[in-house]
Design a protein around this ligand. Sequence first.
Ligand SMILES: Nc1nc2c(c(=O)[nH]1)N[C@H]1C(S)=C(S)[C@@H](COP(=O)(O)OP(=O)(O)OC[C@H]3O[C@@H](n4cnc5c(=O)[nH]c(N)nc54)[C@H](O)[C@@H]3O)O[C@H]1N2
Ligand SMILES: Nc1nc2c(c(=O)[nH]1)N[C@H]1C(S)=C(S)[C@@H](COP(=O)(O)OP(=O)(O)OC[C@H]3O[C@@H](n4cnc5c(=O)[nH]c(N)nc54)[C@H](O)[C@@H]3O)O[C@H]1N2
Ligand SMILES: [Mo]
Length: 759
Amino acid sequence: MAGKPPQSDPVQDAPQVAGPKHAAAGLPAIGHTLRAAQQQMGVKRTALTLLRVNQKDGFDCPGCAWPEPEHRHAAEFCENGAKAVAEEATLRRVTPDFFAAHSVADLANRSGYWLGQQGRLTHPMYLAEGADHYEAVPWERAFDIIAEELTGLASPDEALFYTSGRTSNEAAFLYQLFAREFGTNNLPDCSNMCHESSGSALNETIGVGKGSVLLEDLYKADLIIVAGQNPGTNHPRMLSALEKAKANGAKIITVNPLPEAGMERFKNPQTPQGMFKGAALTDLFLQIRIGGDQALFRLLNKLIVETEGAVDEAFVGEHTHGYEEFAEAARAADWDETLTATGLTRAQVDEALRMVLASKRTIVCWAMGLTQHKHSVPTIREVVNFLLLRGNIGRPGAGVCPVRGHSNVQGDRTMGIFERPAPAFLDALEKEFGFAPPREHGYDVVRAIRAMRDGLAKVFFAMGGNFVSASPDTEVTEAAMRRARLTVHVSTKLNRSHAVTGARALILPTLGRTERDLQGSGEQVVTVEDSMGMVHASRGRLQPASEHLLSETAIVCRLARRVLGESSRTPWEEFEKDYATIRDRIARVVPGFEDFNARVAEPGGFALPHAPRDERRFPTATGKANFTAAPVEYPKLPEGRLLLQTLRSHDQYNTTIYGLDDRYRGIKNGRRVVLVNPEDARELGLADGSYTDLVSEWQDGVERRAPGFRVVHYPTARGCAAAYYPETNVLVPLDATADTSNTPASKSVVVRLEQSAAN
Ligand SMILES: Nc1nc2c(c(=O)[nH]1)N[C@H]1C(S)=C(S)[C@@H](COP(=O)(O)OP(=O)(O)OC[C@H]3O[C@@H](n4cnc5c(=O)[nH]c(N)nc54)[C@H](O)[C@@H]3O)O[C@H]1N2
Ligand SMILES: Nc1nc2c(c(=O)[nH]1)N[C@H]1C(S)=C(S)[C@@H](COP(=O)(O)OP(=O)(O)OC[C@H]3O[C@@H](n4cnc5c(=O)[nH]c(N)nc54)[C@H](O)[C@@H]3O)O[C@H]1N2
Ligand SMILES: [Mo]
């Protein structure tokens, strides 16, 4: 089933190709923004809604986690933020009548794009065992069904509580509290598939799993390296920050197998000169082979170590551990091997080194291009080595900058959404709420799928997200979900996870970020944490999409009361009535949130403490920042194969498909495309415009196939290919994960391209 193009879908996937663009944003972006928004919301609602995005008294953009600048423009949002808002604030509705007209089998046959376009969910819906259709149920009945299944489990560890990254701090804190009072640490989240490798690497080396730079640091940097990230599409507001950094004299090195338009030239739509001409952003483009980053940074580190006076010896001596062992490994780095691993030339590496040595303040930014490989954790550790060598952590204008995805994914983790919680966090929960939290580690995403597959987990509850489409190995994941007794999704919009269900299923419709949240004590605000550890309030203003929606917080409170009953001493009713009472508890449990309610009332919010950034204190096992010296790894390709990365188009938000174009890459009206270097294509006999199946090869010998992709000759690095996720998740084996972080290696899938039978 999986990977089969939907049959009854009115949308035809017929890609047209015009070649990559060399600049991002500018006037066309404004046009696209308004068109997308007005199609969903109409003209008046568009104006009212977009003006509230990311303002100090408005709501946090549900798009990405990029921080808000101190001086905000009247329109502090971007094209893709506007699309995210429009998706949520749409006037289209999915009512009980819709479910009466469409069986679950019918929904399972539709594309993700079609499902998302149907609009906002309006009623709690229940799929009874053996039934063909969802039917509306009262909220109380929905909670009864969940309680029935949860209390019937042999152990609390047979339940899974997934979180996507849009959930507010308040809802996330209560959700993990509920799961732990219920008795499990099974709290997998989207972070497991996203920046887990960053968290793993940073925790071990600098003692804090978060980035160490604030927005101001970007403006002060001499050199910014952007590796494995496509901000033009995924963090468009980052381009304004890079533009400002450049105006202040920074240089930018881009490390990417693809030339991404946003990093080439940025036409800032918020300044008149920017709209037309724009600024060139990248000074040096290193077109690296997929997975070559660890080798690149190791070689740069060797060259730094071997350059007289290049190492910041005072910093290394006072603040770090493991330098000697690391320097020995670095000296052994081999030029030829590095050039093979990276596909770069010696001159390019020399030029990069020159820029590195000329910089006193260096920042490295990265996203999924670094985190989703087998050797992602050692790769990011090597980035840390690189920064430590020249004292680039805990100094203004310098540091590590993992750029997060979902708007509150970092906050959810801060609130305790983690399957491997720190003992100190559990101690604090125990003290505050007077129960004994489970201490055993729970399942992450990959382990949760295995547990369902093997019959060890029977209830799957999702706070947002689209688990079956976002997870790897679609066929395995879908079969695993279908084995569950009960699957529950707290959702704003319809998606495939509602159509691939356990024996029983529930859809619980919830408020979005843009909507007014009215509770017993009045209108509520929630809080979020951005990618740079800034916490601020978010207040929705729109009328909720339906009178039957409950907020995520209310859903957790009611569920907890129904499931835990008298056994819980937590004041769930009070929490639901007044979210400020939740923040009072967060203030006592989570370090850095002291006086939470008062500080979040300040316009713009507050910054969480970050010991390495603020005081060059490294809370690691050694008490210092750790150099590490892992062996260099890079993917080795068998003859005639390509290394496929699965990435985002300009018209999607993860599994939510906004449209079928990828404007900056010059692709229109289709998503089943595979980008291949023209030289590789020639060697493999793949004409531009021909159709091919992507077949992934993995050591388990199972053949995973995604049929019918149009070949696009594209200037990617040699040996590499790119195609969109989630269509290609069928190709990512469940067991192909990053060492240590267990993140699916969805950016390095070995594939062969086979001529399509269908075409
Ligand atoms: N509009 C929009 N915004 C989003 C999202 C969205 O889907 N749409 N998703 C959000 C989420 S959850 C996340 S995590 C972020 C994702 O943000 P990104 O990480 O920018 O997203 P991807 O599309 O996965 O792009 C990966 C980039 O890494 C490059 N790359 C791939 N492999 C390698 C490699 O081995 N080395 C190097 N150096 N580069 C490599 C790719 O060419 C591509 O430019 O965006 C967030 N923001
Ligand atoms: N092959 C491959 N796979 C990947 C990736 C990749 O690059 N390649 N990227 C991975 C990454 S980085 C991530 S973060 C994951 C994303 O995984 P998820 O976070 O699970 O997926 P999304 O597509 O973001 O979830 C979209 C759904 O969330 C619901 N939703 C939206 N807003 C809200 C809200 O405010 N509240 C609630 N309750 N629900 C809401 C809607 O119903 C919508 O359909 O995918 C991962 N999977
Ligand atoms: Mo993500």
